[in-house]
Design a protein around this ligand. Sequence first.
Ligand SMILES: CC(C)(COP(=O)(O)OP(=O)(O)OC[C@H]1O[C@@H](n2cnc3c(N)ncnc32)[C@H](O)[C@@H]1OP(=O)(O)O)[C@@H](O)C(=O)NCCC(=O)NCCS
Length: 217
Amino acid sequence: MDINIYRRVRDRKALLVALKETWALHAYFPDAKRPMLVYELFFDMALLASCWVDVAVVDGQPVGLLAGVLKHHQPVACRLYNFLASIAFYTKFAFILLTHQLGKPRFVLHQLREVYSLEAMCKLHKDPHDAQIELFYLHPKARGHGAGRALMKNFVAYAKTHRARSIALWTDISCSYTFYDNYGFSRDASFFSPILAEPEKGQDNGFVYTLKIEDKE
Ligand SMILES: CC(C)(COP(=O)(O)OP(=O)(O)OC[C@H]1O[C@@H](n2cnc3c(N)ncnc32)[C@H](O)[C@@H]1OP(=O)(O)O)[C@@H](O)C(=O)NCCC(=O)NCCS
């Protein structure tokens, strides 16, 4: 496998397909007119919160990415771009909502409230850390060949260059969270959220992982 990392989103469509193969997000909006719309919105929203996006290209095909942000290093160009992109995103989202493209607006808003309360809970755990990962995935066919480690290594090096001391992220039991254990992250918190995958009885289904940057090369 020929693995390359690019600092730019290329072939958004291929990245959306990889996202769809990773998480069944459309299940949260069963009445969406186009399931792919859910992935487009999720993808764009994660990128709005990021100033670092590395795309993994395997055998010439974009297969996934790592998107993240450093609290104390957000270049003006990135802030401006994300600000303008946010205006475009929320305008588009309002149109989608009002035209019932995701289903009944009341149901959509209910689902979004659940997502926001999950994000808010995770934010409390992630906030003390000065680097955060917003999105990290690879197409199932591209996994297990080192592309994930290469993406993570690049982000850790970038965070280290800008003097970030720790990286945080949240994940859940439907994800390959053991990747983080393997990489050297530690599990800082676990929680239960009704919108995540059903856990074993009484167990948590979400985790916050952190990595101390001094611990890595
Ligand atoms: C997480 C993910 C990006 C890792 O990418 P990857 O290319 O498969 O990982 P790599 O091949 O670089 O593996 C790096 C190391 O992690 C380990 N690893 C990777 N996935 C693992 C898994 N699911 N369980 C246990 N260990 C895993 C590998 O054995 C490897 O260890 P080594 O370097 O000591 O040999 C990928 O598995 C994925 O997209 N998973 C689904 C989405 C997801 O869970 N995203 C992250 C959580 S939000």
